[in-house]
Design a binder for this molecule. Structure first.
Ligand SMILES: *Cc1c(COP(=O)(O)O)cnc(C)c1O
Length: 368
């Protein structure tokens, strides 16, 4: 399957990232141990981990890292509040509940940002809450939550923040030297442009140290995984060797592309182009401009008899362009991802094909 993925991950990778997977690595080999260490250090640097935080890699997609973080960092005396404005926030609540943690939701609409003032009031009224989880960039809509304000409210209330930054990491800056946050969770196959299969948590060391025995799962135990890396530099269980090699390469390319700033500029240009072309077709973004991110855009599907997402999708896919269905329950929407190693001409070609597909769907069909 060739072409471009206009999706929020897995996404289009560079030829060189895919080439990095062509070697077989021995998991106990010194060269692989170095690859693991350098990858952890690379992620530490992107997160501004400093001396206080450290990256713990986890086999699996991003959700496996979310599950390991919640299982391990939410202790028996903790109560977790999940600020929810989309599917990924709901998933955090579901995972915490399944893991047997004390958890409660603070819900907002899916097209509404998490409101720091409401969060503050809720924390004041509920002193038993010790931790707050929030999604940085809700992939459900592409909404960017006000992270600095949320982190300040949580810190000033003396609670701990657990951040799902899966869709934002590598493109929207996080600096753990200044941002009060106990754990940042992300994965290999979003803003870092790696291949899917590794999640990670950049966690506060002082907190990790106190979390031995919290996880009801052996494989998804962030504390034990961390101890493993620290003791001999190795993964506890069979590592995704090829995916790690690809991620290692992708982190080098992230730096070469100008790091987080460079990625954000690239996605910003992509998103501006996509938005302008959609608006020219009379297709409007679901979110107001001030809530939109440039990672993924949600558009209201044209409310017209000629429009059919499946038909649109198939026409684009036949030319190698894969867009993404919507996830809102209230309105018919579709999404276009603006991330991944897609050259500007790739966006132009997809948008030309999109315009042609719309024109074709609209055209009155000739009578037989
Ligand atoms: C992608 C993503 C995840 C993880 O999803 P996986 O399918 O497990 O990789 C979690 N949260 C957000 C906000 C995401 O965008």
């Amino acid at each position: 399957m060739s072409g471009y993925l206009f999706t929020p991950g897995p996404l289009t990778t560079t030829e060189t990232v895919r080439q990095a997977m062509m070697e077989d690595w021995g998991s106990r080999d010194a060269a692989f141990i170095r690859l693991t260490r350098e990858t952890r250090e690379g992620i530490d640097a992107i997160a501004g981990a400093g001396a206080t935080h450290t990256t713990v890699l986890m086999q699996g997609s991003g959700t496996f890292a979310v599950e390991a973080a919640l299982a391990t960092l939410v202790g028996p005396r903790d109560r977790l509040l999940v600020a929810i404005n989309g599917e990924y926030g709901r998933r955090i609540e579901k995972i915490a509940a399944r893991m047997g943690k004390a958890v409660e939701p603070l819900s907002f609409g899916d097209t509404e940002p998490v409101d720091p003032a409401r969060l503050k009031a809720h924390l004041e009224a509920n002193p038993e809450i010790t931790q707050v989880a929030v999604v940085h960039l809700e992939t459900t809509t592409g909404l960017l939550n006000p992270l600095p304000e949320i982190a300040s409210v949580v810190a000033e209330a003396g609670r701990r923040l657990i951040l799902d930054s899966m869709a934002a990491f590598g493109a929207y800056a996080i600096d753990l030297r200044t941002l009060p946050c106990a754990a940042v969770i992300a994965s290999s196959n979003k803003g870092l442009h790696g291949t899917p299969g590794i999640g990670f948590v950049v966690a506060e060391k002082a907190l990790l140290e106190r979390c031995a025995g919290h996880s009801p799962s052996v494989s998804l135990d962030l504390h034990d995984q961390w101890r493993g890396f620290e003791s001999n530099g190795q993964w506890r269980f069979t590592p995704p060797t090829h995916i790690l090699a690809a991620l290692h390469r992708a982190i080098a390319e992230h730096a070469a592309d100008g790091g987080t700033e460079g990625r954000r500029a690239l996605y910003g240009a992509n998103a501006a182009k996509v938005t302008a072309r959609m608006e020219a077709l009379g297709i409007v973004p679901t979110l107001p401009a001030e809530l939109r991110s440039s990672v993924i855009l949600t558009f209201d599907s044209p409310d017209a008899p000629w429009f059919d997402f499946k038909s649109l999708y198939d026409r684009l896919a036949a030319q190698g362009f894969r867009i993404y269905p919507g996830k809102l329950t209230q309105t018919e929407t579709f999404r276009i991802g603006c991330i991944g190693a897609i050259p500007p001409e790739g966006f132009d070609a997809m948008l030309d094909a999109f315009e042609a597909a719309i024109a074709d769907m609209k055209a009155p069909k000739a009578a037989e």
